[in-house]
Design a protein around this ligand. Structure first.
Ligand SMILES: [Mg+2]
Length: 162
């Protein structure tokens, strides 16, 4: 089985602005993300992003906006030889419909584990909100709770210590 690091997006990969991020010009990749993800890849981890994007469910922006922005992210990562297996994102908003994919619910974690044959016991979920680590821990994935917009190189140390 594979091991993986599941990552929240806003505040972990790109700067948390305190507002919905859906335009490429607002999407600022945090300073040491490339280095941290390269280190994880080198250590044998698969990388998966799992994000809540309820602004879609609220009608504030469209799936196409998010897809375009994710295309930009994946291109930038590719330039640094980083491969993300998948970006799973929940489009729902609790006011407009219930679901099981919005963190702290774990459906997107379950999808990742099943699709990429990931052993939860060897894996981590890094997020800047408790709902991120809760979603992981529901499936037995160890959570690493970090401050928003902090150094990802520091945050991944527990993953490298094993
Ligand atoms: Mg976040």
């Amino acid at each position: 089985m594979n091991k993986a690091v599941l990552l929240d997006r806003d505040g972990v990969i790109n700067r948390e602005r305190g507002d919905y991020t859906f335009r490429i010009e607002d999407f600022e990749i945090l300073p040491d993300v490339f280095e941290a993800l390269q280190m994880l890849q080198k250590a044998g981890y698969l990388l998966v992003i799992i994000s809540n994007q309820s602004g879609i469910g609220r009608g504030l922006f469209k799936i196409e906006d998010t897809e375009k922005m994710h295309g930009y992210l994946l291109d930038e990562l590719k330039k640094h030889h980083i491969h993300i297996e998948e970006i799973y994102y929940c489009v729902h908003h609790p006011e407009t419909g219930s679901c099981l994919c919005r963190k702290p619910d774990s459906l997107n974690v379950e999808k990742a584990l099943a699709r990429f044959n990931i052993d939860p016991k060897k894996s981590f979920f890094i997020g800047d909100k408790e709902r991120d680590t809760i979603a992981g821990e529901k499936m037995g994935v160890k959570g690493i709770l970090i401050e928003s917009n902090t150094s990802l190189v520091e945050a991944i140390q527990p993953c490298l210590a094993k």
